[in-house]
Design a protein around this ligand. Structure first.
Ligand code: NDP
Length: 454
């Protein structure tokens, strides 16, 4: 049977674009549908603009420290519209880059809302196409809790386009986005309160690094409140009033909900096919990204796995290679490094201390916390923190964590070492770069503690 397309991709985000390009490079006839912006969350309202804002937010502390290095810089002021609009111009440039990349790869871009209308059928802009394979790469969308006045708050979609930067803001949540934006707003000069409903944010990460991050973010000026959650939001003139579950009231100008994301399934036509969802409401897939409907695949955030752009890219390449290049690749989800671009940055690869202990039973823990050389002439008391977790029996390094400037840049290299199975002896045999923070990873000679599970 002949089809209009070998592969029809719904969603031109990180995973969808990569799968489409790779499939086309293997000779498949490919279309990609997008109703919003090319590049998806990461390019438009995620990783890229967030990192640009994070650079901007670092400037205030750099300028503060500059005085100790002899520079006389007058008190800097931020012109928010310049930052916002420069960022938007760059994002629009990237949208164009994506358009060109897809065009050069001979992928047909169809703008509009695509929906499934049967197992091998997609409808868009009043037309229907037959497709041998369909890939659902529609990503996720911010989730706002169901409390009175939630609509008065905004999500990470809107924070990038504010008309005016507020003087005060409340950030709700304790995940990546909440920690990043609490730090960014604070660095941009906004008096920022972060509310998290449990006793320590970044659930799932190494406990020690979570505790130190809370301490350092507080030192930077974020008013972090654990065991704190909004019960309702009310409008009071042009201000907002956040009533906490404790009854306390906070006056603010802006509430940012960073309370997680949900798969973007609305209007996708899932009722016309046999695509099952998992117990968390994401599209269920097997190791080969097959849904329960033959010929329909899904990957990236809509499947609720590890919601990171590089993971979606790798998944897209794996699927395309398997479908159109006769390969039998499998994704390896071990040792995926990740960073939280809070201030200070946190980056990590491998296991947390808690996970290492549970998996290996006996673990050598190496830690080092010290003041960055660049701060030693000034009054900044913040400290960097590095941590290695070593399986006591095999001496393999099973986790590396860092808190401090450019932690992501350092941990990316560590990820190669861990992926290759490096032992603590391999780290010890590596000569450091002096003076650097990263050298500490190869000079931590004696364990801070050895822990054994009960
Ligand atoms: P996360 O799932 O990381 O965090 C959501 C947070 O919101 C959690 O702290 C959660 O608390 C809290 N929460 C959930 N529901 C409620 C509620 N009803 N009321 C109050 N608090 C609530 O989601 P994010 O939105 O921060 O990020 C989504 C994903 O995007 C991340 O998981 C990550 O994979 C990716 N991302 C990656 C980045 C990077 O690589 N640097 C940057 C930003 C996002 P609890 O712990 O109790 O569940």
């Amino acid at each position: 049977m002949s089809y209009d397309y070998d592969l029809f991709v719904i969603g031109a985000g990180s995973g969808g674009v990569r799968a489409a390009r790779m499939a086309s490079s293997y000779g498949a006839k490919v279309a990609i549908a997008e109703e919003r912006y090319l590049g998806g969350t990461c390019v438009n309202v995620g990783c890229v603009p967030k990192k640009l804002f994070s650079y901007a937010a670092h400037v205030s502390s750099e300028v503060h420290n500059a005085a100790s290095l002899g520079w006389n810089i007058e008190k800097p002021t931020l012109h928010w519209p310049t930052l916002r609009d420069n960022k938007t111009r760059e994002i629009e440039r990237l949208n164009g880059v994506y358009q060109n990349i897809l065009g050069n790869a001979e992928v047909e871009i169809i703008r509009g809302h695509a929906k499934l209308v049967g197992p091998n059928q997609v409808a868009i802009n009043g037309k229907q196409y037959s497709c041998k394979h369909i890939l659902l790469a529609v990503g996720g969308w911010p989730y706002l809790p169901d409390i009175p006045g939630a609509e008065l708050g905004i999500s990470s979609n809107e924070i990038f386009y504010l008309d005016k930067l507020p003087e005060k803001a409340v950030v709700v949540g304790g995940g990546y986005i909440a920690c990043e934006f609490a730090s960014i707003l604070n660095g941009l000069g906004v008096a920022t309160t972060q509310l998290y409903r449990r006793d320590l944010f970044l659930r799932g990460f190494d406990t020690e690094i979570r505790e130190i991050l809370a301490e350092e973010m507080r030192r930077e000026g974020v008013d972090i409140r654990f065991n704190s959650n909004p019960a309702r939001i009310d409008k009071q003139g042009d201000q907002l009033q956040v009533t906490l579950e404790s009854g306390e009231i906070l006056d603010t100008e802006l509430v940012l909900f960073a309370t997680g994301r949900k798969p973007l399934l609305e209007g996708l036509g899932l009722d016309t096919v046999d695509v099952a969802l998992n117990d968390k409401g994401y599209i269920a897939v097997n190791e080969q990204f097959e849904t329960t409907q033959p010929g329909i695949y899904a990957l990236g955030d809509v499947t609720g796995g590890i919601e990171l752009t590089p993971v979606a890219l790798a998944e897209g390449m794996t699927l395309a290679a398997n479908l159109f290049n006769g390969e039998q690749r499998r994704m390896d989800y071990e040792h995926i490094a990740t960073a939280i671009f809070s201030h200070p940055n946190v980056a990590t690869v491998g296991l947390s201390e808690e996970e290492a202990l549970a998996r290996y039973g006996k673990v050598d823990v190496y830690t080092s916390r010290f003041r960055h050389l660049k701060h030693t002439l000034g009054d900044h008391q913040g400290k960097v923190f590095l941590k290695l977790l070593v399986d006591h029996a095999s001496q393999k390094v099973v986790g590396a964590h860092m808190l401090g400037d450019e932690a992501a840049e350092v941990i990316q290299g560590m990820a190669i070492a861990l992926k290759m199975g490096a032992t603590k002896a391999d780290f010890d045999a590596t000569v450091g770069i002096h003076p650097s923070v990263a050298e500490e990873f190869v000079t931590m000679r004696s364990a801070t503690r050895t822990r054994e599970s009960a």
